[in-house]
Write a protein that binds this ligand. Sequence first.
Ligand code: X2X
Length: 330
Amino acid sequence: MIGAAGAGIATSFAIRSRPAEAAEFSYKFANNQALTHPMNVRAGEAVAKIKEESGGRVEINIFPSSQLGADTDMLSQVRSGGVEFFSLSPIILSTLVPNASINGVGFAFPGYEQVWPAMDGKLGEYARGQIAERGLVTFSKIWDNGFRQITSSNKPIASPADLEGFKIRVPVSPLWTSMFSAFGSAPASINFAETYTALQTGIVDGQENPLAILTTHKIYEVQKFVSMTNHMWDGFWILGNRRAWEALPEDLQEIVERNFNDAAMLERDDVMKLNASLRAELEGHGMAFNEPDTAAFQKKLADAGFYAEWKGKYGDEAWAILEEAVGKDL
Ligand code: X2X
C-alpha cells in the first residue's frame, strides 16, 4: 500500500513538473537594461530564433531591468546557477575577474574604429581567457554599451576642476572608483538598479553612462547637463553558468551561441546609431550639452598616477595588448 501510494505521488509530481509543452532546457537571462534598450530588443529576437531553431527544446526567458537582482547579486547567481545567463559590463565583472576591466581604462579608446577590432581580436580574446579561468562561459562577440558621458544635476563638467569634490555615482568596480578619485571627485559605488533613485533623491549629483541609456532609462528626468567626455568605452559580455551550458548538447550550444553573436552585431549597430543621434532628442527633454577638451582630463589622470597604477595592476602583458589595440602609449 505504502509503495503504491508513493509511486502514485511520484507519478503525479513528475507530470506536474514536466508538462508536455515544457522546453527541455528552460533558462533565464537576467540583465540590468530596460526592455527598450537595443540589448533587450535584439536579445528578444535571438531567444525567439533559438526556440524555433531548436524545435522548442531551448527556451530562454529574459528578465530585464534588474528584475531578478542588482548586478553584483546577479554575478553570484550566474556563478551558482540561480540564473543561466547574465549580461555584465566587463568593468563590473572585474570584481570577479580583475583584468576583465582593461577595456575601460580612461581615454584609452579614441573611437569605435579601434574598439571592435580590439574586442573581436586580441584584447577580447585575452579577456575571455581570463573569464574562462574563473569558470564562466562567454560568447565571442561582446555587445555594445557605448562611450560613457558624464551627466550632472547642477553644472556642466567643462574642465577637470569641475570634477573636484563632485558627488558621482559609479558602478561597483575598483577601476571606476580609482578613476574618479584621481579626478578628486567623491565617487559612490551604486548598482545600476539603484541609480535612478540615488539621482532623484540627491544622494549623488551626477553619474556617467552612454546616451542610449540616458534615454531608455529616462535619466533625463533626474539630470540636466550632459558633458561629452567619452571617458571610457564599455560593453556587455553575456556570461553563462558553466554547468547549464555544458548540459546543452553541442548542436543546441551552436544554435544558442550563433544567435547571440548575430544579435550582438545588430545591437552594436543600433547602439552606435543611437549614441550618434540622440543629442537632439535629449535636448528636447531639457538636457544641455557641452563638449569639453578631453585632453585636459587625460592629463589630469596621468598626473595623478592613474595610468602607472593600473599598468602595475594589469601587468605588462595585458597592458601591451591594450596599447597595441588602441594604437598609442598610455
Ligand atoms: O551600471 C551602469 O552604469 C551600466 C548600465 O552602464 C552598466 O551596466 C555598466
